[in-house]
Design a protein around this ligand. Structure first.
Ligand code: UFG
Length: 334
């Protein structure tokens, strides 16, 4: 298949492009490089021996998208491109709604013009909102979130659902990610955010590399076994393979389908910190700080639907995630 990957130079996007190319598909990357580096395209070529077609383009630019569709036969879309910082979205809601909603809408409108009918969407466990019990199952109501970022995921899921109702021959797969961490085994691709990281693993990586002094664990008084929050961390390469499986499924199906991509296991912040120390044979300086606004105590996936429908399940261990994260972080920025 010829797959257009928006945000394909980003963290999850770049790993997905590698899996696509390795599986014999062609990848066309559209990325404005607002939160990614241009040399990711070279790195993908180093890993796979194939160079993806690349357009430096903002996904809201419909004329730009039309050019991409005119110059390439596009069979399917994987839409990653979005702003993704939860805390920033609370401070800049208009930017988040404008960017994330417009880019998805522009893509859908141009797909319609060119008759492209397969859409894999980068959604998030955040759509389950604060009130569902875990493990989260796809049939639960997933109609609210706790940040503007999360609401953009809820809204785009809704837009895609309504679009599928109006166009029964269209297929939209809503992939609800849990917490992706880890990096490509080559050490060439990984999570390397601009500025001080918000997410746990890139923060740990910078502390381990001596670029940040210590990790602050946000709260140890949650109603969990060790008092720190529990999440379902999954290896980014497993997540990338999940996109490949979703594409293969979409090739032969119509309609909308929400699917969790997680391991089905919750682990705590402290457990992850200790797993990182053990896997990489080091001590990580940390302190316990106050809770972070908006954090839920614990959630993880019911991963059964991905297995039944896509034949996908996570295969990497927490140790793999910690080792590959450090293998990337120790060389990042060099
Ligand atoms: N944490 C720390 N210290 C840090 C950073 C994080 O203790 O410096 C803790 C958080 O409090 C949380 C856990 O590590 O308990 C994981 O935090 P992340 O920021 O890595 O991930 P979140 O679970 O908060 O966020 C993820 C995704 C979002 C998504 C959100 C809700 O990154 O895209 O889940 O589903 F919106």
């Amino acid at each position: 298949m010829n797959v257009l990957v928006t945000g394909g130079a980003g963290y999850i996007g770049s790993h997905t492009v590698v899996e696509l190319l390795n599986a014999g598909h062609n990848a066309i990357i559209v990325d404005d490089l607002s939160n990614a580096k241009a040399d990711v395209i070279d790195r993908i070529e180093t890993i796979t021996g194939k160079r993806p077609v690349f357009y430096k383009l903002d996904c809201k630019d419909k004329d730009g998208l039309r050019k991409v569709f005119s110059e390439n036969q596009v069979d399917a879309i994987i839409h990653f491109a979005a702003f993704k910082a939860v805390g920033e979205s609370v401070k800049k809601p208009l930017q988040y709604y404008r960017n994330n909603l417009d880019s998805a809408m522009a893509m859908l409108e141009v797909m319609e013009e060119f008759g492209c009918k397969k859409f894999v969407f980068s959604s998030s466990a955040t759509v389950y909102g604060p009130n569902n019990p875990h493990p989260y199952k796809e049939e639960m109501k997933a109609i609210e979130s706790s940040s503007p970022y999360g609401w953009t995921k809820v809204m785009i899921e809704r837009i895609l659902t309504d679009y599928c109702t109006a166009h029964p021959d269209f297929c939209a797969i809503l992939l609800r990610y849990f917490n992706p961490i880890g990096a490509h085994e080559s050490g060439l691709l990984g999570d390397d955010p601009n500025g001080i990281p918000n997410n746990l693993m890139p923060y740990i990586g910078r502390v381990a590399a001596g670029q940040l002094e210590k990790l602050t664990i946000f709260g140890d008084d949650y109603p969990t076994p060790d008092g720190t929050c529990q999440r379902d961390y999954l290896h980014v390469v497993d997540l990338a393979v999940g996109h490949l499986k979703a594409l293969e499924y979409a090739e032969n199906h119509e309609g909308v389908e929400a699917i969790n991509l997680g391991t089905g296991n919750g682990i705590s912040v402290l457990e992850l910190v200790h797993a990182f120390e053990t896997a990489n044979d080091m001590k990580l300086p940390y302190v316990i700080g106050p809770r972070r606004d908006g954090d839920l105590p614990a959630f993880w996936a019911d991963a059964g639907k991905a297995k039944t429908l896509l034949g996908w399940e996570a295969t990497h261990t927490v140790e793999d995630m910690c080792r590959s994260s450090w293998n990337f972080a120790k060389n990042a920025g060099k």
